[in-house]
Design a binder for this molecule. Structure first.
Ligand code: C5P
Length: 223
């Protein structure tokens, strides 16, 4: 059978990563976390003294870091210039800076090219999760899913993923999530958006297993 390409988009805290990884593992597909790539380039900018709010400086530096994503859903990896970035890209510092970096068109164009080549090379197909995968990166995907959930559910899920001090403040988590979604949805270049032909799944009242089941059924129907 031909390689199946699945795009899973939606705001933060809707269960994109957990769902995409499990679906890919179940069906023997690759898995690509595109948010991790934007986080990785942001981490590099912060480490190299680039002012993330200076779009020109970010654009000028965008091609310098070498970002490599490993697409095994049971052990996804991300490196920047050969350094393991999986841990550091999840800090609050990177989370707070990523929307500014990901809004820069030069950054998007480089990362989009990288994503397209990774998807094209996946032998059995791939599940790609992000914000603009169905709308911009892979418009010909076999299936496009757009996950949503209430702000309360999203903040609670994200809070559960954070550790210790960061998990304590649910209200702050909710506020930071909404701020990031607003920035991601309102940027000029390929904003967070549901593609016209995407299937919307509201996960507020669903368990992770139910969402996985739903997406697997959609893929079986699409391929
Ligand atoms: O999915 P995650 O929350 O890790 O994404 C981090 C950030 O990366 C998002 O807030 C957004 O700014 C950016 N992003 C994007 N396009 C994608 C995936 C992520 O702009 N396809």
């Amino acid at each position: 059978p031909a390689a199946v390409i699945v795009a899973i988009d939606g705001p933060a805290g809707t269960g994109k990563s957990s769902t995409s990884k499990s679906v890919a593992a179940k069906l023997g597909l690759g898995y690509l976390d595109t948010g991790a790539q934007y986080r990785a380039i942001t981490w590099w900018m912060l480490n190299n003294g680039i002012d993330v709010n200076d779009a020109t400086a970010v654009a000028d530096a965008a091609a310098k870091p070498v970002i490599v994503s490993g697409t095994d859903p049971s052990a996804p990896t991300i490196t920047v210039d050969g350094l393991d970035a999986a841990g550091p890209i999840r800090t609050q510092e990177v989370t707070a800076a990523v929307s500014a970096v990901s809004a820069v068109p030069e950054v998007r164009s480089l990362i989009t090219d990288l994503q397209r080549s990774i998807a094209a090379e996946a032998p059995n197909g791939i599940v790609v999760e992000g914000r603009d995968i169905g709308s911009t990166v892979l418009p010909d995907a076999d299936l496009k899913v757009f996950l949503t959930a209430s702000p309360e559910a999203r903040a609670a899920r994200r809070s559960g993923e954070l550790k210790g001090k960061e998990a304590a403040d649910l209200a702050a988590t909710r506020e930071a999530l909404i701020k990031r979604d607003t920035a991601d949805s309102s940027r000029k270049t390929s904003p967070l958006a549901k593609a016209d032909d995407a299937v919307e799944v509201d996960t507020t009242e669903l368990t992770l297993d139910q969402v996985i089941e739903c997406v697997v059924t959609l893929i079986e129907g699409a391929s």
